[in-house]
Ligand binder design. Sequence first.
Ligand code: ATP
Length: 364
Amino acid sequence: MASVEFKNVTKSFGDFKAVSDVNFDIGDGEFVCLLGPSGCGKTTSLRMMAGLETPTSGQILIGGEEVTHLHPKDRNIAMVFQDYALYPHMNLADNIAYPLKVRGEAVASRHGRAREVADVLKIGHLMDRLPSQISGGQQQRTSLARALVYPAKVYLFDEPLSNLDAKLRLEARGFLNHLQRDMGMTAVYVTHDQAEAMALATRIAVMDQGKIVQYASPIEIYRRPATTFVANFVGNPPMNLVEVEGTQVDGQLALKGEGLTMAGLPMTDAIGKALANSSKLTLGVRPEHLSLTAAGAINSISAPLFANENMGPESLVTIDRGEGARVTARIFTDDHLDVSDQVSLSFSAEHVHLFDAAGKRIPA
Ligand code: ATP
């Protein structure tokens, strides 16, 4: 296993910078998720680690050695692709054993090793089948087995679960989590699914427009998102973001917005600095930190009910503040709520996130 480092890595396609001056390091045994919307540069970053793309500038190091211009086969990495990329004319045994074959291992020993890995992944009984004769979930595990059959320094995953249905996806996610804990592999995993990143990663690199906007543990990203972009990307449903006007009243912070009042927040130097620049702030509250309250309560937000979705153990109660500005609460309620009923949702100061006019987190 080994570490991975990006030093000022940029990748341009013509005038367009797909990855822009990225610096980050992945420790030995870490499972890092690159998370972000479509087109933010995740796959390009992964392909540069694999050696399938060459950076326009900057350096990539694996295990402390520079590999920026090294051929993929000389990097000792294993990659799992979104479309599995299995060889259609080879049975599972040959598919899985392939990395050992190209390294010159004899038939008996490479098939023995392939079988061991396949058994762990519960596809050992399918070794004679062709990829077309097994299910999508089994194909996904075959592709995983092929990556794991030879000990690599770093394992790279490009949205490996995205072709699976929801149930298989959850099962495969749990399996990957188990594997990571068991093997302690160094892995980089590209996804645009925040739940997958939260479940698997030791650290998440949230990317936007070719840059890393936050690189931290899942819990840090959930508790202290660095920007409104990150706040809105992580969490299910994502954090509610409400435009508010901030003022200082009797040495404390008061917030006002459409249907919203909040008073008595402690003033800090950081808030003072943000207010000196602009009174326009964004208040963030996660759906799980809102609860139903009486109309007119302090520290609450009120608007007509837009939707009430029963999720089994809880409901998603969404209110509409006009012009599509909606706020969703994840709550346990048996209350009957009708569309257009005025609904008030309260929150406590400890669960409030504040962002300045530029969308940057104001530290507590
Ligand atoms: P997705 O989740 O959709 O796979 P991504 O975050 O992985 O997206 P990349 O595939 O890294 O994004 O692409 C980043 C940007 O670079 C995109 O705007 C894409 O169109 C552009 N891009 C990627 N490869 C090339 C290429 N070979 N030539 C030109 N532009 C490219």
